[in-house]
Design a protein around this ligand. Structure first.
Ligand code: HEC
Length: 225
């Protein structure tokens, strides 16, 4: 019985000391059984940044300046044609790819195209990528319209995506996704060059075939059709 009374007293004390003073005011910090991350280390505005001081690299300021290259949400990032595909200060597309065209660019474009575009548009750009086997429709990049449109337009489609097809309740399906965040600017232009090469590969004329035997062979095939 004695132990019971002592035990009981201890429990009563414990309960009162942890829960009994809820709602009363005190300047002492509360006893926290589970702090629930209520208090965390932080830097007060305008105060010295000790963390910075400890690491010894920065200027010790608590309020940090934005990292260089930071762009506020909604701000115009860069109006240069090379980033937008449009003539500066206008809505017009630039006609010609601003990135120098050489074998390296084409190879890079080909590699990036095979990675990012071929699953949907097919290795040949004919719109017969693997996804078409799973009821997804894509676009044929050899369409006359796309051959005619300026390079800036293709760059914009890669950057911001494209969607012309909506179903009867207006929900977009078969979207062309935006690749701005995934493919660097130069790589996007390299892909544009490669699309042009793909398009050109389908637009050859018989007169342009240099090899005479090949030309005769092609002539025969054409006449056969
Ligand atoms: C997830 C599948 C998918 C991928 C990957 C994809 N596209 Fe598309 N793309 C589409 C679809 C779908 C359309 C047609 C959208 C429509 O008509 O509404 C399209 C349309 C286009 C068009 C035609 C726009 C027009 O005006 O008709 C171009 C150009 C194009 N894509 C280029 C690319 C390039 C370049 C890449 C690689 C960076 C790429 N696409 C990757 C699905 C894809």
């Amino acid at each position: 019985m004695r132990y019971f009374i002592i035990g009981f007293a201890v429990i009563v004390c414990l309960v009162i000391s942890t829960a009994g003073f809820q709602g009363s005011f005190t300047r002492n910090s509360p006893i926290e059984v589970f702090p629930d991350m209520d208090r965390q280390p932080r830097v007060r505005p305008q105060a010295l940044n000790l963390f910075d001081e400890l690491l010894g690299s920065g200027d010790g300021r608590g309020s940090r300046l934005p990292v260089s290259g930071t762009v506020a949400r909604g701000a115009v990032i860069d109006s240069q044609s090379v980033n937008s595909g449009r003539k500066e200060g206008t809505e017009d597309w630039i006609e010609v790819n601003p990135v120098e065209l050489n074998l390296d660019t084409l190879n890079r474009g080909s590699e990036r195209y095979d990675i990012f575009c071929a699953p949907c548009h097919g290795l040949a750009g004919d719109g017969a990528g693997i996804v078409t086997q799973y009821s997804f429709t894509t676009a044929d990049l050899h369409q006359h319209r796309l051959v005619q449109l300026p390079d800036g337009y293709l760059f914009d489609v890669i950057s911001n995506g494209f969607n012309a097809t909506t179903n009867e309740v207006g929900i977009a399906y078969s979207r062309m996704p935006a690749y701005k965040s995934k493919i660097a600017v130069e790589d996007r232009w390299a892909i544009v060059s490669y699309i042009r090469a793909l398009q050109f590969s389908q637009l050859g004329k018989l007169e342009e075939v240099a090899d005479l035997d090949k030309k005769a062979e092609l002539q025969k095939t054409l006449e056969g059709n």
